[in-house]
Design a protein around this ligand. Sequence first.
Ligand SMILES: [Zn+2]
Length: 244
Amino acid sequence: MSKFDRLERHKRHILLKEIGGPGLARLAKAEVTLIGAGALGGPCALYLAAAGVGKITIYDDDVVDLSNLQRQIQFSEQEIGLPKADTLARRLEQQNSDILIAFQACRFKSHMRLEGDIVIDATDTFAARYEINEAAARDGKLLVSGAATGWQGQVGVFTPGQPDAGPCYRCLVPELPTQADDCSTLGVVGAVTGMVGARMALETIRLLTNAGPSPIGWFWSLDGLSGASRRMRIHPDPECPICN
Ligand SMILES: [Zn+2]
């Protein structure tokens, strides 16, 4: 893509004084790892690709199912039965041919090395979030984590293993919940998952461009049924086994 086309494409971001040309250059140099190509990961990845994030690596071991289409708007009926990681990768390549997309059609495991500047946790179990938090602490990555069930959505921004900089996911959730409900048993509103995905993309873009006050250590929650949202500060837990 020519420099002129690139400027034309990203004009609406360049016009923002908090992003501008320097922000666009930072986004183009950035590398993020996205774990989970489902209801949260799909919209998040589409916004990051559209924003020109230089490299996106996707992990997911699942295949597209008919029951996903109610919320996983990155997939079509023709893609039922196909692996989510490479199907999303192809969708992102169509969205923006100017960036690099890599994918691993497997579940992320904590021994795997995290690449890039930021890891985005778009998984749907507490066990997976614990593993990703641990890996992010080991590899020194910033962590943007999202969740949605029913009408509720949440997004938090963490610095695992760096308590001087902010909390980790484990500081927020110190004990692994024993009986965790997930959206397959509780149901979830598709538009709420979209808002969580978009919010994760927004926080990632703000981290990468230094736009606005730092989102690190902030936790945002949305009640889609009443329309209310709130934000709260999370502090590093002095007892946290990951941060200490
Ligand atoms: Zn911690």
